[in-house]
Design a protein around this ligand. Structure first.
Ligand code: SF4
Length: 280
């Protein structure tokens, strides 16, 4: 039987196949996931192939002391509750919209004064999978949306390869304003902004977090181990007394720079593991 949209369908399938191959997936034979009963029991986690056990790493590397010290000396956080929302106001927000409205004028760290647009994050408010990147870049600063440049296009491909759309996951960053010259946010900037991300995660309540690159790993877990050493190994973030599985993987911008089959396949394996765990 001929499909009415035969041409469109074959084009879509071809694009999907190319995306998978782009991510290093050879062929279209899907490896079946282990059958899991939706009991919600922690026993069900043991049915997944477990990553190598996490070994405590060396103490976090001191983040760029000279720059950080200079920025800290030159900076004084404002007393204005609009520009520096107090903790009570943040935890009182009962929805993502309320949180966005509460913090969107924030200038609590030096990054606020240099932004074009505040980048809150976007996606499904009850997403099971939440991606956390480092911070907005130039395109994101202009658009006010996370991951909209080249790295964002690759992230979209990865999400599509998992059979989802951007509106079925949630995407946010450690900091919500663009660091100048796309530098890495300092730990003091990140820690100032993390109170917003924590509340965002509480409200979304995802099943898994996927950390993109080294900064979420460093700031959410205090682990400065290189992402190449630790990617693919499940970790746990505790937010509001809830333990949330955290999968560290490469940032899409790194994948674009190191466009090797090994890197793409590593990311694909990490995402497959995160997808399986998010469905438990
Ligand atoms: S990066 Fe975060 S803490 Fe700093 S000004 Fe922007 S919203 Fe506020």
């Amino acid at each position: 039987m001929k499909l009415p949209n035969n041409q469109t369908m074959s084009t879509t399938l071809r694009a999907w196949k190319e995306t998978l191959e782009d991510l290093g997936v050879i062929g279209l034979v899907r490896q079946p996931l282990p059958e899991v009963k939706a009991t919600g029991s922690s026993d069900s986690l043991s049915l997944l192939p477990m990553p190598p056990p996490y070994k405590p790493s060396a103490p976090p590397r001191a983040p760029s002391k000279v720059k950080e010290a200079k920025i800290a000396i030159d900076w004084k956080a404002p007393d204005d509750p609009i520009k520096n929302p107090p903790f009570d106001a943040i935890v009182a927000c009962e929805s993502l919209d309320a949180l966005n409205a509460c913090i969107c004028k924030c200038e609590a760290c030096p990054l606020g004064g240099g932004r074009i647009k505040f980048v809150f994050g976007e996606g499904a408010p009850t997403a099971r999978m939440m991606f956390v990147g480092e911070g907005p870049g130039r395109d994101e600063d202009i658009m006010g949306r996370p991951f909209v440049g080249r790295a964002g296009a690759l992230l979209d491909k990865m999400i599509a390869a998992m059979g989802m759309g951007r509106d079925e996951v949630y995407i946010a960053n450690v900091v919500k304003c663009r660091p100048p010259d796309n530098r890495t946010p300092t730990s003091s900037e990140s820690q100032t902004c993390l109170r917003y991300l924590y509340r965002q995660i509480e409200l979304i309540n995802p099943s898994v977090l996927v950390g993109l690159g080294a900064t979420p790993l460093r700031e959410l877990l205090g682990d400065a181990t290189g992402i190449t050493k630790i990617r693919g190994a499940w970790r746990t973030v505790v937010i509001a007394d809830r333990e949330i599985p955290f999968m560290p993987t490469f940032h899409p911008a790194y994948v674009l720079r190191q466009y090797t089959k090994e890197v793409r396949q590593a990311v694909w394996e990490d995402l497959q593991s995160a997808l399986a765990r998010s469905q438990l």
